[in-house]
Design a protein. Structure first.
Length: 288
C-alpha cells in the first residue's frame, strides 16, 4: 500500500499526460491483478482446508463408530453370559436372589449398550454423507442381529432355519470383528488353503479349500483379500469345484460388505442329506 501511494503521488507530479496516464493504467492493472490473485488463492486455500478437514473428520468418525459398535458387541457377549448363568441357576433351583441379581445386571448392561446408538448418531451429524450411510448401515445391521439372535431361542423349529439364514446374511454386511456371537449350532468349517488366482483393483478371484470336520448340513468361513478394494464390490460369483460326494447337490455363496474380507458358505440342498466330512474347494470372484 505504501508503494502504491508513493507511485500515485509520483504520477501526479509528472508533466507529460501520456506518461502519467500510462503509469496510472499500469498501477491500476497491478492492483487489480493483486486483488484477483489474492481472491483466487484464498478461495482454493479454503476449499483445500475444508476437504482435508472433511477427510480427517470422516476417518476419526469411522474409526470411533467401529469402536462403539465393537463395544456393543462385547456388552452383548456379557449379556449372553449372564443369561446362561441365570438359566443354570433356574435349572438347579437355587436361591432366587441370585437369579434376580443376574437379571438386573443384564438389564443395566443392555441400557448401556443401547446408549451407544446415541454416540453413533453424534458422529453421523458431522461426517460426510458417504461415511454417514456406511455407519448407519453397520449400526442397523448389528442392531438387527441382536434382535434376531435373542429371538431365535423362542421360535418354532420350522422358523428357526429361516431365521438362521437371515442372521448369516445380515452378518455379511458387517466386518467379522463386529458380528456378535450367535447361539447357532457349531460351525465345523475352516479354511486350510487359500489360492489367489487374480488380484487387481477391480477384480479378485481365488479358490478356497474348506475342511468340514464333521458331517453337517452347511459350513461358513471368512476369507481375506490379498489387497483391498477401493469400494465394496457389487458383483460376486462362486462355484463348487470339488466336493467329497460328486453327485450331491450343494449350494455355494460368496458375499461381502467390506473391502478387505468376504464370506463363503456351502450348504446341502438335498432333503435330509448332510455334507460329508472332508475337503471342499470353492472358487470365488468379486468385481466392483
Amino acid at each position: 500500500m505504501i508503494v502504491i501511494i508513493v507511485c500515485l503521488i509520483w504520477t501526479s507530479q509528472l508533466s507529460g499526460i501520456d506518461t502519467r496516464e500510462g503509469l496510472l493504467v499500469s498501477i491500476i492493472l497491478a492492483i487489480a491483478s493483486s486483488v484477483i490473485s489474492w481472491a483466487i488463492s484464498s478461495f482454493y486455500s479454503e476449499k483445500t482446508l475444508t476437504a482435508e478437514n472433511t477427510k480427517l473428520i470422516d476417518r476419526i468418525g469411522e474409526q470411533s463408530s467401529e469402536k462403539i459398535l465393537n463395544q456393543s458387541k462385547q456388552l452383548y457377549s456379557i449379556e449372553q453370559y449372564l443369561d446362561e448363568k441365570q438359566n443354570i441357576l433356574l435349572e438347579k433351583d437355587l436361591s432366587p436372589e441370585g437369579s434376580i441379581f443376574l437379571e438386573s445386571t443384564r438389564n443395566m448392561i443392555r441400557l448401556v449398550r443401547s446408549s451407544n446408538n446415541t454416540y453413533i448418531n453424534d458422529w453421523t451429524g458431522v461426517v460426510s454423507d458417504k461415511v454417514k450411510d456406511s455407519i448407519i448401515k453397520q449400526r442397523n445391521a448389528q442392531s438387527q442381529l441382536f434382535e434376531d439372535i435373542n429371538l431365535i431361542r423362542h421360535v418354532s423349529p420350522d422358523k428357526r432355519e429361516k431365521l438362521e439364514e437371515k442372521i448369516e446374511k445380515a452378518s455379511q454386511d458387517l466386518p467379522s470383528y463386529l458380528v456378535p456371537v450367535t447361539t447357532l449350532k457349531e460351525n465345523h468349517a475352516s479354511i486350510i488353503e487359500h489360492i489367489y488366482i487374480e488380484d487387481t483393483t477391480s477384480i479378485k478371484k481365488g479358490r478356497l479349500k474348506i475342511y468340514l470336520a464333521e458331517d453337517c448340513y452347511k459350513g461358513h468361513v471368512v476369507g481375506k483379500f490379498l489387497s483391498t478394494f477401493s469400494n465394496p464390490p457389487k458383483k460376486s460369483t462362486s462355484s463348487m469345484e470339488k466336493a467329497v460326494s460328486r453327485d450331491q447337490q450343494i449350494n455355494t455363496f460368496a458375499r461381502t460388505g467390506t473391502v478387505y474380507d468376504f464370506h463363503v458358505g456351502i450348504k446341502s440342498i438335498e432333503y435330509n442329506i448332510p455334507l460329508k466330512k472332508g475337503i471342499y474347494e470353492v472358487e470365488y470372484c468379486f468385481e466392483e
